[in-house]
Design a protein around this ligand. Structure first.
Ligand code: ASP
Length: 329
């Protein structure tokens, strides 16, 4: 048995660990843990209190995967519901589909009786309002929201520099591997932008025969590199969990142009080993781990690896790097 959560998973991992220790199915433990993070208003990128998009609306993404059936469920751009992870789990359990977005996801959430909630808090509404007043031109403020948003999503700087999301990985007492994610995505994102969290294979993947992986940070990069699926596939091909993560980081080195920024890769294998690496990470990046024998989950620092040395834009949610040879992106 094992459970790993990223730094933002602090408020949920003790419950997930307790449930796993009591023999609960992995997905039940993850869902219960992630719901607590969704309710934790100190976490500004998950559930209520998550940073809104450029229009000041909170759009939530979540996913769940069972590594034995290889069933998945995910929602993207869900507005107005308290627990996107619960809705994602029910997509997995009830529908012949894997991913619902926007109005369809909201319709399904209502159909299953999911709880509605106001997702903006005083803090997140205030932060957006301050950004709006400081960064949006007077003319655009007059015409808002009938304005071109492209330039704002390039220049936007959310108050926490885009961190984070919550991701959980576990192996339960029956040796099933599971993964779960939940996020409001990057603050000040273009409306409708999906990150990697609801994209199975990018933001998470679990296969009970080999291992599981989940990522946080710039989902644009892990979508392009297919990171979570790649890590598990590299394990299938015989690499250790540590080597598999290194190989996925090598894949990221090939990315050119677009948004290149921080990504943290969390991975476990089916024998209880794990590796967590923060690509272009910052001091203080950490994750939570619980295994039987530990009284409580403990925080450990993530390893830090640099792959993009030079920042060209202001350091913010949409930082873009230049290659060392001076080529764009
Ligand atoms: N990976 C998330 C996304 O791209 C954001 C994050 O973890 O910071 O939406």
């Amino acid at each position: 048995m094992i459970v790993i959560a990223n730094n933002e998973g602090k408020s949920g991992i003790p419950t997930a660990a307790r449930l796993l220790a009591a023999g609960a199915p992995g997905l039940d433990a993850l869902e219960a843990g992630i719901e607590l993070v969704e309710d934790d208003e100190e976490v500004c990128t998950v559930g209520r209190g998550g940073w809104p998009n450029l229009l000041g609306e909170v759009e939530l993404d979540a996913s769940a995967m069972h590594g034995t059936s290889l069933r998945t469920g995910a929602v993207g751009g869900l507005k107005g519901f308290r627990h996107p992870i619960r809705v994602a789990r029910q997509v997995l359990e009830r529908l012949p589909h894997e991913l619902l977005i926007g109005a369809g996801a909201e319709r399904f959430a209502a159909e299953i009786g999911a709880e509605r909630i106001e997702l903006l808090t005083e803090r997140s509404r205030g932060a957006w309002q301050r950004w709006f007043e400081a960064e949006v031109s007077e003319e655009d403020r007059r015409r808002w929201p009938e304005v071109a948003l492209e330039r704002y999503c390039h220049d936007a700087v959310d108050p926490e520099i885009g961190k984070d999301t919550t991701v959980f990985l576990a192996q339960d007492a029956e040796r099933h591997l599971v993964s779960g994610t939940s996020t409001s995505g990057w603050g000040w994102k273009y409306p409708g932008r999906l990150g990697d969290s609801p994209i199975i294979g990018a933001g998470s993947y679990a296969d009970s025969r080999y291992g599981a992986c989940a990522c946080t940070g710039a989902g644009e990069m892990t979508i392009r590199a297919g990171t979570s699926r790649a890590v598990v596939l590299y394990m299938k091909m015989g690499m250790s969990v540590g080597r598999a993560v290194e190989e996925a980081i090598n894949d990221m080195r090939a990315l050119q142009g677009g948004l290149l920024n921080r990504v943290t890769i969390h991975a476990i294998d089916n024998r209880g080993n794990h590796r967590v690496v923060a690509v272009n990470g910052m001091e203080g990046n950490h994750y939570w781990l619980w295994t039987p024998g530990m009284d409580a989950p403990q925080a450990f620092p993530a390893e830090i690896v640099e792959i993009t040395p030079q920042v060209t834009r202001k350091k913010g949610a949409m930082s873009v790097y230049t290659r060392p040879d001076g080529m764009p992106g």
